[in-house]
Write a protein of this length. Structure first.
Length: 374
């Protein structure tokens, strides 16, 4: 089965063609092109041929436990979640509409980052809020980066030849999260009701004392709309340094002697270590730590800095193994905790989920036809 995967980001659109589970083409476009018209879809089809299905990554799926075929009713429901993931959700919905218009007879499948965390234990999923607020189970911790975590968990189990790995998945890109995974299932994660919670990110604040935010609102100097915009777009590394928040820019400024950039990196690493330590407490043991995402793949020196503060968890990195590409072990021989850098392959997870859903739909139709014949 040929699946076209589309992964809308805040600045780029990643597209790939997966044929029978194997990647055969991949390209990245500016996200603006995808929103303005159907450039990405048309170019992908012209270059790669007509797919059997199109899988689109949605950051927020609510409480859905798996992928779903896209129709207008589903898109309407997903639109309502847009304010909970404003950097990505509206983009994904717009792309889905463009795809349906361009390929009206090709099934479109929505795959959700939140689905991987839909089985979080109650203690990890609930907030300590009044029962009247939480009775409908909507004001809860959803978790994100699920497609990335799902692939990392599967790949780590393969590399270790262990079906029941107790591991931490650290997705470090423009967004940052830490997830505790036991036997392939998420048991705790740093992001919560929105992708704002947790570690410091490129432009997002990460967790902030809610009392501080109430205080800022109470001053009257900012309203809810401007506070939301600040927390998502102008906080994190960007807010602390006055840069775009791109870690390459921040590290370059630090190397040039910028004191604010140096302080921002210290905050970034400190908060990330805190999330790693907290997530580890949800595991019965720690077999492996996986670093994935763009920063993890392309900033090996920063990983060495990060790991330098994780000795309490027996996490070590062999500097000689940091160089290189692809999935690789970066901990020393015989280390008690295996540490990996694994390339983020959300495209493979998108295709895998779409293929399974379409195969199930086809099998269901065959079964229905058979019952009718009987």
């Amino acid at each position: 089965m040929r699946i076209l995967t589309l992964n809308p980001g805040s600045s780029t659109m990643k597209a790939a063609l997966i044929d029978e589970g194997a990647p055969v083409h991949a390209e990245t476009w500016d996200a603006a092109d995808a929103v303005a018209d159907d450039t990405v879809v048309r170019q992908a089809i012209e270059r790669w041929g007509r797919p059997d299905g199109v899988a689109i990554r949605f950051v927020h799926g609510g409480s859905r436990g798996g992928p779903a075929l896209v129709d207008e009713e589903l898109l309407h429901q997903l639109d309502r979640l847009g304010s909970l993931a404003p950097l990505h959700q509206p983009l994904s919905a717009e792309v889905a509409r463009l795809v349906r218009a361009a390929l009206p007879d090709v099934p479109v499948i929505a795959c959700f980052d939140t689905s991987f965390h839909s089985g979080l234990p109650d203690a990890a999923a609930r907030y300590a809020l009044p029962k009247a607020w939480t009775a409908q189970n909507r004001l809860r911790r959803y978790g994100f980066h699920g497609l990335s975590c799902q692939y990392a968990a599967r790949r780590c189990a393969e590399l270790l030849a262990m079906p029941q790995v107790h591991m931490l998945c650290c997705h470090i890109g423009s967004g940052v999260s830490v997830t505790a995974i036991r036997g392939g299932a998420s048991v705790d994660t740093s992001m919560g009701f929105t992708p704002l919670e947790g570690a410091v990110m490129a432009t997002r604040s990460g967790s902030v004392d809610p009392g501080l935010l109430l205080y800022v609102l109470g001053t009257g100097e900012v309203d809810l709309e401007s506070l939301t915009d600040t927390l998502y777009h102008h906080a994190g590394l960007a807010g602390m340094t006055g840069t775009s928040g791109d870690l390459r820019e921040v590290l370059a400024a630090r190397a040039a002697g910028d004191a604010e950039a140096a302080a921002a990196v210290r905050v970034y690493l400190h908060r990330l270590r805190r999330e790693i330590g907290a997530a580890a407490m949800s595991l019965q043991r720690l077999d492996a730590v996986v670093f994935t995402g763009g920063v993890a793949e392309h900033q090996p020196e920063l990983l060495a800095e990060l790991a330098g503060g994780l000795s309490l968890l027996r996490v070590e990195i062999d500097a000689s193994r940091l160089a290189g590409e692809g999935d690789r072990l970066i901990s020393p021989p015989g280390a008690r905790v295996a540490v990996f850098t694994i390339t983020a392959r959300e495209d493979l997870e998108l295709a895998r989920e779409a293929t399974a859903l379409l195969a199930g739909e086809t099998a269901g139709q065959r079964g229905s036809h058979a019952r009718l014949r009987r």
